[in-house]
Write a protein that binds this ligand. Sequence first.
Ligand SMILES: Nc1nc2c(ncn2[C@@H]2O[C@H](COP(=O)(O)OP(=O)(O)OP(=O)(O)O)[C@@H](O)[C@H]2O)c(=O)[nH]1
Length: 230
Amino acid sequence: MSTKKASLKDKETKNGTSKYVLERCASVCEYFDIAFKVMLLGDSAVGKTCVLVRFKDGAFLGGNFIATVGIDFRNKVVTVDNAKVKLQIWDTAGQERFRSVTHAYYRDAQALLLLYDITSKSSFDNIRAWLTEIHEYAQKDVVIMLLGNKTDMAGERVIKREEGEKLAKEYGVPFMETSAKTGVNVELAFLAVAKELKHRAAQQPNEPKFQIHEYIASEKQKSGCCGGYM
Ligand SMILES: Nc1nc2c(ncn2[C@@H]2O[C@H](COP(=O)(O)OP(=O)(O)OP(=O)(O)O)[C@@H](O)[C@H]2O)c(=O)[nH]1
């Protein structure tokens, strides 16, 4: 048997099904109570794919930058208040030439994570244009969160945290700073969105409305960490 054949065989189970297929199936078929569609938006190279990979696999995609072509998605099931919440996360291409493709997907999204890169002024300046597009194409009650990514690159920072906070406040959306490289605040951002979506879905009128800001602040207090967002 050639080395190539042997390595392929290693990846098969006894009944011949590839482990890769089983793993993919397990991730698609994982049990969940409720599912939501979340989209990642923002200029090219702000780190959308890396943030998604960090959340999904706990890893950082370093090395050469390969721009997303069109749109891609990954699923992750998280637990919110004892319920299994499946997030179907759509990673869009930030490049202008794919904009018409991504517009078509806005309508179905229940939440949008809008990213800029704290080392790129243009990516921050373009946030207003992204918000205009969102208001044009997305659902009226879509959950929006603004993320300033790449906080690990402190030496190259050109956008102060306060500037991100101010812009977020102006548009009435929550804000966090993240790093796909170190993982800081990545899971917290997705969990906050999942919790808000689940809360909205439950629509229990007698319960006080879940506030995404309060959730993030309380989680941060629990972990004893004080930097990086809000
Ligand atoms: N230091 C650092 N680099 C990052 C971080 N996030 C992403 N990068 C790098 O930034 C580059 C772009 O990251 P991507 O995740 O591919 O960017 P994107 O927003 O998906 O880009 P498009 O697919 O073109 O829309 C890559 O070289 C990443 O390794 C981060 O948090 N810190």
